[in-house]
Design a protein around this ligand. Structure first.
Ligand code: ZN
Length: 353
């Protein structure tokens, strides 16, 4: 009999199949009215933990294999920015407790619980003293995550290879598996002028278990770079685009423009008016299939992602998560359906809909 409580680790799951990781908590909780766009600090962990728990549950039901503790942008620099450094440790520790708590509710094989570290916005290659500053920030965060016995650490959205390397060194010192993902904006080079192939190779050599790309770019503009990443390394690769219709002229969510709408502050849809650019579930499924066929096995969505996107990835991989019980079945739709008992006069009225 299969032991339903057995838990495979990150690497075993990647070897055997794929790992889905739902992200995008900040954007989704902002839309729901629990978090402020701008600083994007997840105070919601302390103020409305039930809102975070609900979203963890929704992503889990939709097929995420990972519950990522909501510590993204909950680091020392962000809390300094909003004058609440005293909340740093409670926020971090509570986010980790919450993630474990929801993971323990899962039916079947429990999900993995991941800690998170990310870009600090205070590292620069020309400021040598920033090495120590960010290292200290990473050490305290990874320390709390290690105390909470996470399965692995997600080190993400680094645009500087140098900062990603410090993050990686820190996690390796704690002997935890690490998924290290870089964010490329319009420029296809890292901000420290390193080519993407070279950057992921260096991260692989420094011990990253998974390397890849997340955030900023949508499926269309992440895929060409993803192919280059896949070619460059032999370790597992991650791809977590933002679910927005980015294009050659507007390759990132930050660069998208909406000339038909005159009511957007600063004329910039990012970050609160990106709705009309949102990818549908089928586009996300296509991206997941194409990526998986390239042997990219760590898949998800970043900012803008919602449970229906996660479910689309799961189904693209041939899975049937709990939320698939409600996947569309248009055969019973009163007008578009084909079932014999449906009224013909409604079907004939399609051209009028
Ligand atoms: Zn993101």
């Amino acid at each position: 009999m299969v032991d339903q409580t057995a838990r495979r680790g990150l690497l075993q799951r990647l070897e055997e199949d794929a790992v889905i990781c739902a992200e995008g908590y900040l954007f989704e909780l902002e839309r729901r009215g629990y978090l402020q766009a701008g600083a994007f600090v997840p105070e919601v962990v302390l103020e409305y933990p039930e809102a975070v728990a609900a979203l963890h549950r929704e992503f889990l039901r939709a097929g995420s294999d990972v519950i990522e503790a909501l510590t993204y942008y909950g680091h020392r620099e962000k809390l300094r920015l909003i004058g609440k450094e005293d909340l740093l440790e409670p926020l971090q520790r509570n986010a980790l407790v919450l993630a474990h708590s929801i993971a323990s509710e899962a039916e079947g094989e429990p999900p993995l619980v991941a800690g998170n570290i990310c870009n600090t916005n205070i590292w620069h290659p020309d400021e040598k003293k920033s090495d120590d500053l960010v290292r200290t920030m990473f050490e305290e965060q990874v320390g709390w995550a290690a105390d909470a016995r996470v399965d692995f650490i997600i080190a993400e959205t680094f645009s500087f290879l140098g900062e990603a390397q410090i993050a990686l060194e820190t996690v390796k010192a704690f002997d935890l598996p690490v998924v290290a993902t870089l964010t490329l904006h319009r420029d296809e080079y890292l901000r420290d002028d390193v080519q993407i192939e070279e950057a992921v190779k260096q991260l692989e050599q420094a011990g990253a278990d998974v390397v890849g790309l997340n955030c900023a770019r949508g499926p269309n503009t992440m895929m060409p770079l993803l192919k280059r990443v896949r070619e460059a390394v032999s370790c597992h690769v991650a791809a977590l685009p933002v679910p927005y219709r980015t294009s050659k002229d507007h390759p990132t969510m930050q660069s998208l423009r909406d000339p038909d709408c005159g009511c957007i502050p600063d004329d910039r849809p990012f970050p609160t008016a990106l709705d009309p650019f949102t990818c549908n579930r089928y586009e996300i499924a296509d991206f997941a299939k194409e990526a998986y066929d390239l042997n990219v096995r760590y898949l998800g969505v970043c900012c803008g992602g919602a449970p229906h996107h996660v479910r689309a990835i799961a189904e693209a991989l041939g899975r049937f998560p709990a939320a698939s019980r409600y996947s569309p079945d248009m055969s019973k739709h009163y007008a578009f359906g084909k079932e014999a008992s449906l009224k013909k006069y409604n079907q004939d009225n399609i051209k009028n809909l």
